[in-house]
Design a protein. Structure first.
Length: 151
């Protein structure tokens, strides 16, 4: 099992660490070359929206290798009611054929049902299992119990 995650301000990173603690999955941070204005939320929202409108992803600098894993968690924040463009870039670059994929997301208020269709749209290979919001430890624990993935 492996956890791929993208996190701008640390919330998704915390969730990814929790999932790793509970399941034993290894962690890979998806890092990008672009330096985002993460301390200026309104500017950051504009930058994200511009990427989403133009369908341009930042360049990924992490080495992502999922060959040895059958089950992959993919996590990121919700940006402007959508996924950050880097998640769609992952599916353009990495082949997930034969893998099970579980999305987990963090947000201020957006719910899983509001982001699920966007995730289904960007996943180009692999089999999607039930994903979840990972804003707090209880949500994470409950979902992993349901999936029977607690180590
Ligand atoms: C550019 C941007 C857009 C955002 N858009 C939304 C949104 O549409 N809905 C929402 O609930 N939260 C939104 N948020 C809040 C983040 O999803 C939330 O703070 C998330 O947990 C941040 O994760 P991170 O610390 O791993 O980057 C947005 C934050 C940023 C920076």
């Amino acid at each position: 099992m492996q956890i791929l995650y993208f996190s701008l301000t640390g919330t998704t990173k915390k969730a990814a660490n929790k999932i790793s603690d509970l399941t034993g999955a290894t962690l890979t941070e998806i890092e990008v070359k672009r330096v985002y204005p993460k301390d200026d939320l309104s500017k950051m929202k504009d930058v994200a929206l511009e990427e989403q409108k133009d369908k341009i992803s930042p360049e990924i600098v992490s080495n992502i290798d999922v060959k040895k894993d059958d089950l992959i968690f993919i996590g990121c924040p919700v940006w402007n009611q959508q996924l950050p463009m880097v998640i769609s870039e992952i599916f353009d670059k990495v082949n997930f054929e034969g893998k099970k994929i579980i999305g987990f997301f963090t947000s201020g208020s957006t719910k899983y049902t509001e982001i699920e269709s966007d995730f289904k749209r960007v996943v180009k290979s692999g089999q999607i299992l039930d994903g979840f919001m990972a804003n707090d430890n209880e949500e994470i624990l409950n979902h992993l119990k349901k999936l029977e993935l607690i180590k």
